[in-house]
Design a protein around this ligand. Structure first.
Ligand code: AMP
Ligand code: MG
Length: 498
């Protein structure tokens, strides 16, 4: 195609082609509000995620063209889109809110890529919707860059997550505590069905709505459940298993979601809604960064417990589908929820074992790994650096003011390695693949945002994004991105910025 799909012969750009197939828009009208994004004054491209665009069967050059940027900014609605704001409810910090919904995001539609995967394309920051309360439906540049960086870092770390397809600035200001540059992120997800979406229908006594939603979620995310003896039980078990594995993966890289409200939990098992999220530097099971998490409800080490709490809320909505009578339905729900603990433990302990170089988990390994974590907590050692340095005693010892307890642990560890079947080379490869060198450290993310907001300099964003794309590889020249913050660089609180 001459000049790429985005440009016609005269060099004028035409709207990029999306092969939309909008299954969520085809659900009954009470599932959503149909509306277009609100145009912005001066859209400018920050970035198109070319690799993701290609995976989705989209032409990156067309997205980068003026017509593509118009779509990404919400100024043009492409052919075949069915823009909508989804209805959902949710428990926010434990308090139920029966009507939340997409208040600053609009789903453009779904595309099925050449890989056969169906993905939502959603514009976040695209203007008011019937679900916007107080807010303006807009997003500031800082949170947009944060979501782009952290979600792409999570993906590169191998953790299920929504993705960032693109980001644009709007040429408009949004007003938070101060006026800030506005921006929009094009978010890609397997779907945007949340625990809170089920709660929306449950709160209205709309059992038919719950059934339609569950059937839709099963078809999209758990097709094997459709042929199970009890499809809704199989669905619940599937969500439980995926969330257990997801939270284990979060813990293994030091990720703190920050706002694990039920409306921020995807039934597809992807990390979603990056707000005041953070990666911890020094290991601390009680770590909290979110400025709004006063009760430390969503602290690092609380995340498994909260996931289970959220899944219990999901199970409650499914009760009418699980069995015709209440008592047996409760029994089915309880049994499905008991799957969380073992699934989490298996993923977490297995992951910790890989981080310390053990291929096969034996009795005592969980304690061995836990004792290392306790040493890190006592020393305030950097979580990421410590695991990456394991095996290089000199590099590891400098992280500890008093290396004596570490040396004692290292002796136990080496004794245990004797009984592990892997060769040293195999072990090293496994450990490097389990212990990233690079994570999106808060102080670096903040520096990227500061450069973009105060100087319109997106160079640091590009640089950090590139480093985070291969987090398990040593990257000569990028060593400074491995460094924890100096005292004066430490980020003590993160904000959702909405
Ligand atoms: P979140 O903090 O992203 O989980 O959002 C919680 C709820 O607040 C959701 O219903 C959002 O759509 C809504 N919300 C967040 N920010 C805004 C905003 N700037 N304008 C309107 N609604 C918003
Ligand atoms: Mg949310």
């Amino acid at each position: 195609m001459k000049g790429g799909a985005g440009d016609d012969v005269a060099g004028m750009s035409t709207t990029p082609a999306f092969a939309f197939d909008n299954s969520y828009a085809r659900l009954p009208a009470r599932f959503h509000a149909r509306l277009d994004p609100t145009p912005v004054a001066g859209p400018r491209l920050i970035k198109v995620n070319r690799a993701l665009a290609r995976e989705m069967g989209l032409d990156p050059a067309a997205l980068e063209s003026a017509a593509g940027v118009a779509v990404l900014a919400g100024n043009a609605v492409p052919e075949g889109a069915a823009p909508l704001a989804a209805a959902y409810a949710g428990h926010q910090f434990g308090h139920f809110v029966p009507a939340l919904g997409d208040g600053r995001a609009i789903l453009l539609g779904e595309v099925v890529g050449p890989d056969g995967r169906r993905r939502d394309i959603q514009l976040k920051g695209s203007g008011p919707t019937p679900f916007s309360r107080r807010g303006d439906g807009r997003a500031a540049l800082g949170p947009v860059l944060r979501e782009y960086l952290v979600s792409e870092a999570m993906h590169a770390l191998g953790i299920p997550t929504t993705r960032a397809l693109a980001a644009v600035t709007t040429g408009e200001e949004v007003f938070r505590e101060t006026a800030l540059p506005g921006a929009i992120v094009a978010r890609v997800a397997s779907s945007h069905i949340r625990v809170g979406t089920f709660q929306y229908f449950a709160a209205r006594g709309d059992i038919e709505g719950i059934r339609i939603l569950a059937d839709h979620a099963i078809a999209r995310h758990y097709p094997e459940a459709a042929t199970a003896e009890n499809p809704y039980r199989a669905f619940l078990e599937g969500v439980v298993a995926r969330q257990a594995a997801l939270v284990a993966q979060w813990l293994l890289v030091g990720f703190i979601h920050g706002v694990m409200n039920t409306d921020n939990m995807s039934v597809a098992g992807e990390t979603i809604d990056y707000g005041p999220c953070a990666f911890m530097d020094a290991y601390d099971p009680g770590a909290v960064f979110s400025s709004i998490d006063h009760g430390a409800r969503y602290a690092y080490g609380n995340q498994p417990r909260i996931a289970q709490w959220n899944l219990t809320r999901l199970a409650e909505t499914l009760l009418p589908l699980l069995a015709p009578e209440e008592e047996p339905a409760l029994e089915v729900a309880k049994q499905a929820l008991t799957g969380f603990g073992p699934a989490f433990q298996q993923a977490y302990i297995g992951g910790l074992a890989r981080k310390i170089g053990l291929a096969a988990v034996q009795d005592g390994d969980a304690d061995l790994a836990q004792d290392f974590l306790t040493l890190l907590a006592e020393a305030g050692a950097d979580f990421t650096l410590a695991f990456r340095a394991l095996g290089d005693d000199d590099a590891l010892r400098v992280l500890f003011a008093d290396p004596a307890p570490l040396d004692a642990w290292l002796a136990r560890w080496r004794a245990r390695l004797e009984a592990d079947p892997q060769s040293p080379a195999q072990r090293q490869a496994m450990m490097r693949g389990a212990n990233p060198a690079f994570i999106p450290r808060n102080h670096q993310v903040e520096a990227v945002i500061a450069a973009a907001v105060s100087r319109q300099d997106f160079g640091p964003f590009e640089e950090l994004l590139a480093v985070l794309a291969t987090p398990y590889e040593d990257q000569p020249g990028a060593e400074r991105f491995q460094l924890p913050p100096k005292a004066e660089e430490r980020v003590l609180a993160t904000f959702c910025g909405t």
